[in-house]
Write a protein that binds this ligand. Structure first.
Ligand code: MF3
Ligand code: CO
Length: 289
């Protein structure tokens, strides 16, 4: 779509195109002509949208903060669900998972060999030695926030502790490859190389996603991708870095009874951390963690 330099920009900023996205568009066009996959305009957020997503992200982060000292042996994953639900409402948000494509609860809680999308249950007690991912997503003023953390329940084995810490470190490794005019593959390869170097494997069948105006937007974010491939990163893009890293083999399967919960095929433990990140002119900003 060609725009006149003096028209207001397509991004909704109300600023003339020549002072807003013209230069960025020219650069995107140049990358596109060299064969790069480039983002559609609708996933490039303007300042107002970024402010809204940032607010939602802050609430998401606070919800995780608020439950962190309550994750102890003896509570159930349904207790976690209730805590997240109540805190979200208290902060003026809506839990994004609740009713999303039929998901029955307000948060995903995934224990040990569960890779992601665990459904809270009053029958699932957290035991000493478990490792658990709590994945919180919030809608606030129609903007989406999404992040997750691992928790060690009581005393965990050294093996589990290392898996949790290495997966957290993998996010930081990935972040070193986030910035304008890099690609998602630069980030994905950095994470995969790091995880492999520690003897782990990265889940290739589930990934991250663009986020902000909707729960799941383009692009799909792989953590087994290759440097200089996948979508070009442009200022105003918001997406998640949420690698799932397995102690054993990378293969997973979905629970055929509930249709959601993903498990490792070999029964080995799996860890995941998730941050929501904004690409900026000069690097990135973490909008939720
Ligand atoms: N936060 C999870 C993700 O982005 C949400 C999965 S959909 C849900 O991967 F319905 F399970 F919440
Ligand atoms: Co996510």
């Amino acid at each position: 779509m060609e725009m006149n330099r003096n028209e207001v920009c397509w991004c909704g900023s109300n600023i003339k195109y020549k002072y807003c996205h013209l230069a960025v568009d020219e650069k995107i066009a140049e990358y596109k002509s060299r064969g790069y996959t480039v983002p559609r305009r609708k996933i490039i957020k303007n300042a107002e949208q970024i402010n809204g997503i940032r607010e939602s992200g802050k609430i998401n982060t606070s919800i995780l903060d608020s439950i962190s000292d309550k994750v102890k042996p003896g509570i159930t994953t349904e207790d976690v669900n209730r805590l997240v639900y109540e805190k979200t409402l208290e902060l003026g948000g809506i839990p994004a998972p609740l009713g999303y494509e039929g998901f029955p609860k307000s948060v995903c809680v995934s224990v040990n060999n569960e890779v992601c999308h665990g459904i809270p249950s009053q029958d699932t007690y957290l035991k000493n030695g478990d490792i658990v991912n709590i994945d919180v997503s919030t809608i606030y003023n129609e903007y989406y926030g999404d992040s997750s953390r691992m928790f060690c329940v009581g005393e965990v084995s050294e093996e589990r502790f290392n898996l949790v810490e290495t997966t957290k470190a993998a996010i930081d490794v990935g972040l070193t490859e986030v910035g304008p005019w890099k690609t998602l593959g630069d980030m994905g390869q950095a994470i995969n190389d790091f995880a492999k170097s520690k003897g782990y494997s990265v889940v290739y069948e589930v990934g991250g996603h663009g986020v902000g105006l909707e729960f799941h937007e383009e692009p799909y974010v792989s953590y087994v991708s290759k440097k200089n491939t996948e979508m070009l990163l442009v200022p105003g893009m918001v997406f998640t870095i949420e690698p799932m890293i397995n102690q054993g083999k990378a293969d997973v399967f979905v629970d055929d009874k509930n249709g959601w919960t993903v498990y490792t095929k070999d029964g080995s433990d799996s860890a995941q951390w998730e941050v929501m990140v904004l690409v900026k002119d000069d690097g990135y900003e973490i909008l939720a963690h």
